[in-house]
Write a protein that binds this ligand. Structure first.
Ligand SMILES: *[C@@H]1O[C@H](CO)[C@@H](O)[C@H](O)[C@H]1NC(C)=O
Ligand SMILES: *[C@@H]1O[C@H](CO)[C@@H](O)[C@H](O)[C@H]1NC(C)=O
Ligand SMILES: *[C@@H]1O[C@H](CO)[C@@H](O)[C@H](O)[C@H]1NC(C)=O
Length: 362
């Protein structure tokens, strides 16, 4: 007899735990909006006239479905993994193809070579600058209102969504560090340029707040001086990186922190956090990533798209050991490591003042 009741009890416990798991299966935020550059682009550049595109082999070689999707890596990017960690069971669609009700759970506006400044990246062709991404978000907001036919109902979920922004690297890589195409380094000292960027970014983040964004995770700029493209161009110091480039970026990161403190103090309901790319890319739990001084794929030399993978060339086999897929972008394993530490901080310096996991709980 006991065995029969044991079975009933076990079945009952299973049913209860299943229903708890199903409640847990809801995403932690109703929607996730992604702004940024090639670190998060999931296809928005595919139909632009630009050489900053990644919808060709070997990009996407490890992607589960449509491999020519336009992500600048071998598999999933950072935004894909953050969406997974938030409990979304499908990809957030790119703005360029998002249709119908799918926009209710968020949209990805990311565009390769985009910057804080409109002119950043122009030498490679068209790109959707952060200002244009904000205009696209206005279009999305109008579409959502139309879908829900109720402004009140639109407003409140938009407040509860997560917004992440990865922008600024190209304002150095495809602007300040390329005096052949861009005059900025002749016009401004590194300190003055960092100030200009942060002033413009401040205006853009205020606009996003005006659109109802409250939970906003802002990535600062990582160690650009350690990218294979930069060390191949400028050489390495004892650190293994081009120190002067990292010093430029540090000026920007310090000013960004002041900006974020200022926004959190002065904008009603604002919860901006900084995901500290310097901290997130150093130390940490074992990732198996051991090769960081060269890319996994064969990269283009001396063309406009210098540093991107050569079309059709078979990449390295041990992609789980490489930090970089091409000369700029992390491999899928690298993206996973970054996303994990953005979601749950490993070191106290990874996220300021809190990580994404805490941010979405407010
Ligand atoms: C709009 O949505 C809110 C919240 O869901 C609801 O209280 C209100 O009655 C709705 N208004 C209209 C006109 O449907
Ligand atoms: C880094 O390397 C550059 C170029 O080789 C050199 O000019 C510079 O002085 C070095 N900086 C440091 C801090 O060693
Ligand atoms: C980012 O992390 C580095 C250490 O990895 C630290 O020196 C720096 O102060 C941090 N910046 C912010 C904004 O927390």
């Amino acid at each position: 007899m006991s065995s029969f009741y044991d079975h009933i009890l076990i079945w009952f416990i299973l049913m209860i735990s299943r229903s708890i798991l199903m409640v847990k299966g809801q995403p932690q935020v109703p929607c996730y909006f992604i702004f940024g550059d090639s670190l998060v682009d999931n296809g928005n550049n595919n139909n632009l006239i630009t050489s900053a595109k990644a919808n060709y082999f070997p990009y996407g070689i490890d992607f589960p479905t449509d491999s020519q999707n336009g992500r600048f890596t071998n598999g999933k990017n950072k935004a894909d993994f953050i969406a997974e960690l938030l409990g979304f069971n499908d990809f957030i669609p790119p703005y360029s193809t998002a249709r119908g009700n799918e926009i209710l759970r968020g949209v990805n506006y990311g565009s390769g070579v985009a910057g804080i400044l409109d002119e950043t990246g122009y030498a490679l062709g068209d790109r959707i600058s952060l200002n244009r991404q904000l205009l696209n978000h206005q279009v999305t907001m109008r579409r959502i209102t139309t879908i829900l036919r109720n402004i009140t109902a639109t407003r409140s979920p938009l407040n509860n969504c997560l917004y992440t922004i990865d922008i600024g690297s190209n304002d150095y890589l495809n602007n300040y560090l390329q005096p052949r195409f861009y005059p900025s380094s002749l016009l401004y000292t590194p300190d003055r340029f960092a100030t200009l960027l942060v002033q413009q970014y401040g205006r853009q983040l205020r606009i996003l707040h005006g659109f109802g964004a409250r939970k906003v995770a802002v990535s600062n700029i990582g160690l650009l001086g350690c990218l294979p493209e930069i060390t191949s161009l400028f050489g390495r110091n004892a650190s293994g990186c081009a120190d002067f480039v990292n010093n430029y970026v540090e000026l920007y990161n310090q000013k960004l922190k002041v900006l974020i403190d200022n926004l959190n103090t002065n904008l009603p309901g604002a919860r901006f956090i900084i995901l500290n790319q310097t901290s997130i890319s150093t130390g940490g739990p074992p990732t198996g990533l051991t090769i960081f001084d060269r890319p996994c794929c064969m990269v283009l030399p001396n063309t406009r798209a210098k540093g991107q993978c050569i079309k059709g060339q078979i990449p390295c086999n041990n992609r789980n050991q490489y930090v970089f897929f091409d000369n700029f972008h992390p491999t899928e394993v690298g993206n996973l490591a970054i996303a994990r530490r953005s979601y749950t901080a490993f070191a106290p310096t990874d996220a300021y003042p809190v990580d994404i996991r805490r941010l979405v709980q407010f």
